[in-house]
Write a protein that binds this ligand. Sequence first.
Ligand code: ATP
Length: 206
Amino acid sequence: MSLLVARQLACVKNDRQLFAALDLELSAGQLIHLRGPNGAGKTSLLRLLTGLSQPASGQVVFRQQPVFNNPEFQQHLIYIGHQAGNNPRLSAIENLTFWCRSHGVPVPDDLYPLLAMLGLVGLEDVPVGHLSAGQQRRVALARLWLKPAALWILDEPFTALDVQAIALLESHIAAYLQQGGSVLMTSHQALSNTLNADFIELEYLW
Ligand SMILES: Nc1ncnc2c1ncn2[C@@H]1O[C@H](COP(=O)(O)OP(=O)(O)OP(=O)(O)O)[C@@H](O)[C@H]1O
């Protein structure tokens, strides 16, 4: 049975219809790679699927419950948006501690091993605003190791990552899918064939 289902979704921004009558189903263990040109509406679609915004028409349900304004759905979701979403004045440790607390996730006794695995040794206590773009993205992606969730929605998670970090994230996604997790993501770059993604293409509608 599908975990996340969108039916007949329509989205309008600035008087432009980005998409209409869009149907989507995502099952446990499935990866959907959402593709399309700049401005086609990929981020707008992800925001509808996360319940952060409401469609012009249509509905999104998770385990048959509407996602909009649904705190229970948020417990099952990790959404990492286009912006890394870190507080630049706080360190990596502080950002992740805050994120865990605000998402009802137990704060690990020691976050250093996770940050070391993500290549952030020596940078754990530096304000995140002083880190490089790729390092900031790594801090944000650490959330994927911290919260058990049925669904990941990731908007351009590979942005600014180097080859090694891309490989690390791809192998983490592969392991998560194997355990029955579901992933819906955008990426302007091709994914590794090992991830075996399904595709949804959004066109740019004038
Ligand atoms: N809050 C908003 N107010 C007005 N227009 C918006 C808003 N959010 C998005 N748009 C417009 O909707 C269109 C689609 O934007 P969106 O970010 O969904 O595209 P995208 O496919 O994710 O693009 P990219 O590949 O560049 O990330 C754009 O033309 C954008 O200007």
